[in-house]
Ligand binder design. Structure first.
Ligand code: SF4
Length: 506
C-alpha cells in the first residue's frame, strides 16, 4: 500500500519547515529592496534574509515556532484515508524527533506538551476526493504569533480610526485594514493575509486560511476581488508599520481574498494573518507508490536563489555592546532606536516560566539578568544540549506579569518581539530596565549567536517552556522600550493609526 507515502510526507514536512518557497522569497526580496539601507526595517530584513539562507543551507527550522501543521489533501476515489492519516501522524512525529518541528501540541486542560506534535486536533488534516489517480498534498505551518493576530469581524461594526464598516466591499476593506493595523509587529511583519468574505464563523476562518495556499503572485479570477486585493496592498503599505513594526515601507507581502455565501442575518469578514515565515509547500504523489512526482510552488527548472549576496546583518559601527549581567547604568544609557549586541548569560522564559515566577522564587539569580522570551528548539546530544532554533516569541502575552517580575527579581532587559504595554513600560522606568526587540522568526540566525547551553531549569514544563541558561555572543536586538518611558511600539501604533484615519477609505 503506497510504499513511499511515509517518506514523501516526511520530505514535505522537512522542506516546508526549512526552505521558503520561491514566491515568498521573491516577495521578501522586493521588500528588502524597498527599505533604505541603514534603517531599522532594512536591518531587520537583512537578518531575516540571512536567516532564510541559513535555514535552507543547514536544513534547520526557519522559525523556532514551527506552527500548527495543516494538511489539505486530494485523493482518488476509494483511497484509504484512515491509513494515510496515520502515516501523516507518524511523519509529523518523526520530523519532530529529528528537530525539524518543535514539540508544539499542548493539552489544553493540563498544559502538558505531548512532545511529538500529536494530540487531539494536531495535526490538522483535511481530505477531499477528486477524479484523478494521483494524490496532492499541501501543507502550511503557521505559527502562534501570527495565528494570535487573526481577526473576525461581524459587520456592520465600528472600527477605531476607520469608522463604520458596512456590508459592502468598502466595509470589507476597512476590516482588512484594521486587522493588519492591529497586528503591527506582533505577527512578525511583513506578512500576508488570507481573507474570507461571508461563510459562518467556522467556515469563514477555514476559507481565509485556505487563501494562504494561493501563490502570492497570482491574480484573483474574480475581478472585483482582484481589485480589492490590489487596493489593500497599495493602501496598507502607506501606513509605515514596516518590518517587525519598526516603521518602514513594506508591511504586507500578500493579500488573498475569497468569498462564501452567508446567512441573511450574518456577514463575517475573517482574516488569517501569516508572517514573513510563510511556510507552505505541496507535492503531487504517484497514486500507486506514494512517491513524489512533482513539487508544488517550486519549479525545478528554476533553482532557489539565495536571499543575500553579501554577509547579511552588517554593523554600522553605532551598535552598543553590552555584557550581561547588566547594571542600572548600562540600561539607563540606552534609548529607543539603539541597536545593541549582547554577550554573556541570558535566560529564556515564556508563558509557563512567567506564571511560575509569579508564585515561586526563581530557580536562578535574576538580578541584572537578560530574560529572553523564547521557546527554542533544543536537541539532546552526547555532550549536552544544543539549541537548533531560537527566535523571539510574542511578548505581549506576558504583559500581566512582566512588570511585577522585573521589579521583584531585578531583571534589567527583556528580549522578545512585538513590544509590551503600559504596565511593563512603567516598571522599566521605575526599575531601570529596557525592552529589546529581536527579529521575529530569525531562529537560525539567533541560534548561531548561542555559544553554549549552560543549564536548564523547570524542564518539567517541556522544552519550549523551560528556562534555558544560555551563553550568547553579539546577539543583536533593537531598543524599542527604554528606561525613560519611551516606546517605539506606542509611537508607531499611534502614527499608523492617525494615517489610517486620514485615508478616506472607499
Ligand atoms: S516568524 Fe514570528 S509569527 Fe511567524 S511563526 Fe515565527 S515567531 Fe511566529
Amino acid at each position: 500500500m503506497l510504499p513511499s507515502f511515509f517518506e514523501s510526507i516526511l520530505a514535505l514536512v522537512v522542506k516546508t519547515s526549512t526552505d521558503l518557497p520561491p514566491d515568498v522569497r521573491a516577495a521578501m526580496r522586493l521588500a528588502m529592496n524597498e527599505e533604505p539601507e541603514g534603517t531599522r526595517s532594512a536591518q531587520a530584513l537583512a537578518i531575516i534574509g540571512q536567516n532564510i539562507d541559513q535555514a535552507a543551507g543547514g536544513e534547520g527550522a526557519i522559525c523556532q515556532d514551527t506552527g500548527m501543521p495543516t494538511f489539505e489533501i486530494k485523493v482518488p476515489v476509494g483511497a484509504n484515508q484512515i491509513w494515510m492519516r496515520e502515516q501523516i501522524r507518524q511523519g509529523i512525529a518523526e520530523a519532530t524527533r529529528r528537530g525539524k518541528l518543535r514539540p508544539n501540541s499542548v493539552d489544553s486542560i493540563t498544559g502538558t506538551n505531548s512532545g511529538d506534535n500529536l494530540g487531539p486536533g494536531t495535526p490538522i488534516i483535511h481530505f477531499e476526493q477528486w477524479e484523478r489517480g494521483d494524490i496532492e498534498v499541501k501543507l502550511i505551518l503557521k505559527g502562534g504569533g501570527c495565528e494570535n493576530t487573526n481577526a473576525q469581524y461581524s459587520v456592520p461594526v465600528e472600527l477605531p480610526h476607520l469608522g463604520r464598516a458596512d456590508r459592502t466591499l468598502d466595509g470589507v476593506k476597512r476590516c482588512i485594514l484594521h486587522a493588519v493595523w492591529q497586528a503591527q509587529g506582533k505577527g512578525c511583519s511583513p506578512g500576508a493575509v488570507g481573507v474570507c468574505i461571508g461563510g459562518d464563523r467556522t467556515s469563514g476562518y477555514l476559507h481565509a486560511k485556505e487563501q494562504l495556499f494561493r501563490q502570492l503572485d497570482d491574480i484573483n479570477p474574480d475581478p472585483r476581488l482582484a481589485e480589492l486585493e490590489a487596493s489593500i496592498m497599495s493602501t496598507i503599505n502607506t501606513l509605515d508599520i514596516g518590518a517587525m513594526g519598526f516603521g518602514g515601507k513594506v508591511t504586507l507581502i500578500g493579500c488573498k481574498i475569497g468569498a462564501l455565501n452567508r446567512l441573511p442575518a450574518s456577514f463575517f469578514v475573517s482574516v488569517a494573518y501569516d508572517c514573513w515565515a510563510f511556510r507552505r509547500l505541496g507535492v503531487v504523489l504517484d497514486g500507486t507508490t506514494g512517491a513524489i512526482t512533482s513539487w508544488l510552488y517550486r519549479d525545478p527548472a528554476n533553482p532557489i536563489i539565495p536571499m543575500l549576496d553579501r554577509a547579511g546583518f552588517a554593523r554600522t559601527g553605532r551598535e552598543v555592546s553590552l555584557k550581561a549581567p547588566l547594571s542600572a547604568d548600562d540600561v539607563r544609557a540606552l534609548k529607543v532606536g539603539d541597536v545593541v549586541l549582547i554577550s554573556g548569560r541570558m535566560f529564556t522564559g515564556r508563558d509557563a516560566v512567567h506564571s511560575y515566577l509569579m508564585k515561586n522564587p526563581p530557580p536562578v539569580d535574576l538580578s541584572g539578568s537578560v530574560l529572553y522570551h523564547c521557546g527554542p528548539v533544543v536537541v539532546k546530544e552526547e555532550k549536552g544540549w544544543r539549541v537548533t532554533a531560537a527566535g523571539p516569541t510574542t511578548s505581549i502575552r506576558e504583559e500581566p506579569y512582566q512588570g511585577e517580575i522585573i521589579k521583584r527579581y531585578g531583571v534589567r532587559a527583556v528580549i522578545g518581539k512585538g513590544g509590551m504595554g503600559a504596565k511593563t513600560l512603567a516598571a522599566m522606568k521605575e526599575q531601570g530596565a529596557v525592552y529589546l526587540n529581536a527579529i521575529g522568526g530569525a531562529a537560525q540566525f539567533y541560534a548561531r549567536t548561542i555559544k553554549q547551553v549552560d543549564g536548564v531549569s523547570l524542564l518539567e514544563l517541556g522544552t519550549p517552556e523551560a528556562m534555558w541558561h544560555l551563553t550568547v555572543e553579539d546577539f543583536p536586538a533593537i531598543v524599542t522600550m527604554d528606561a525613560h518611558g519611551n516606546s517605539l511600539h506606542k509611537d508607531i501604533e499611534q502614527d499608523s493609526g492617525e494615517r489610517l484615519a486620514t485615508l478616506g477609505v472607499s
